[in-house]
Design a protein around this ligand. Sequence first.
Ligand SMILES: Nc1nc2c(ncn2[C@@H]2O[C@H](COP(=O)(O)OP(=O)(O)OP(=O)(O)O)[C@@H](O)[C@H]2O)c(=O)[nH]1
Ligand SMILES: [Mg+2]
Ligand SMILES: [Zn+2]
Length: 290
Amino acid sequence: MMAEGVVISRHKRDALVKNIKAEEISCVFKNRDISPIVGDRVSYIEKHNTFIITDIFPRISEFSRINKKGMKEYIAVNITQLVIVISIIPRPDWFLLDKYLSSSQINQFKTVIVFNKIDLGEPHQKILNQYRSIGYKVINTSVLNDDTAGLLTELSNETSVLIGQSGVGKSSLINKLGNIKKQVIGDLSRKTNTGKHTTTTSKLLSINNNASIIDSPGVRSYAPYFNNTNEVLKGFIEFGDFEESCRFINCSHISEPDCAIKKAVADKKINKRRYENFKKLFNQIEAIKK
Ligand SMILES: Nc1nc2c(ncn2[C@@H]2O[C@H](COP(=O)(O)OP(=O)(O)OP(=O)(O)O)[C@@H](O)[C@H]2O)c(=O)[nH]1
Ligand SMILES: [Mg+2]
Ligand SMILES: [Zn+2]
């Protein structure tokens, strides 16, 4: 008999599939062409007491990264929103944030920046306001002070993946929001104030307000997968207001003369830090693509 469900977690040789009856079924996949990712809609059959995934339905979206071998690797699929979590400790990695934002822009995901642990103070307001002024939604949260209602509003009716450095509080936020099986959370390392990579596999959870959330393992770094270097140019949303005025239509805003982006940076209409991160990312992707 054939049944359908959603992949809620993926391991090396099997995947946990939640079916329409909300049963969680451990399924294997034998066919080389079938590599289910968390968020995938699949069909499966039962054969001699083993559940086997037979098909993956077409995806509405794919969130990916480039791995060490230069290949595309999927983090989550069928998502509608990226929720990028940063915090006071560990300190924000702004380049990491810009890389996530560029990926979100290319994939046209809805995007929310969550600034967590505001019970510890409110630093970085200037930078956060820069992100607000270019159009990103930035919300403050605190698990400790039970301040998560604003986040719940953003999550409702979306399928979101929570991403960010280890220890920023992704799993803690999810535990606070959902009447769900609690995710394991972990202390920060006392020496370095960084997370200990507590969450090790992505997991899709359904909470109230018709929100689906994927908890993901914290990262040290991230590089978006781009089909070509030109895509990097489209990842920085505020460039759109100026790029038509560059002298060359295919200007990469790096070394060409009469570049409207570089002029906007000089005129302080584009944030210099963002532009430097754009260059850094552009050069990284170019090095990979060569
Ligand atoms: N003060 C304060 N601490 C928090 C808050 N949210 C989470 N923490 C603490 O931060 C630490 C890390 O929390 P986790 O939820 O495990 O972080 P994570 O982002 O899921 O980390 P990984 O799974 O390793 O990626 C724990 O000690 C939490 O108690 C908050 O709002 N305020
Ligand atoms: Mg976690
Ligand atoms: Zn230019």
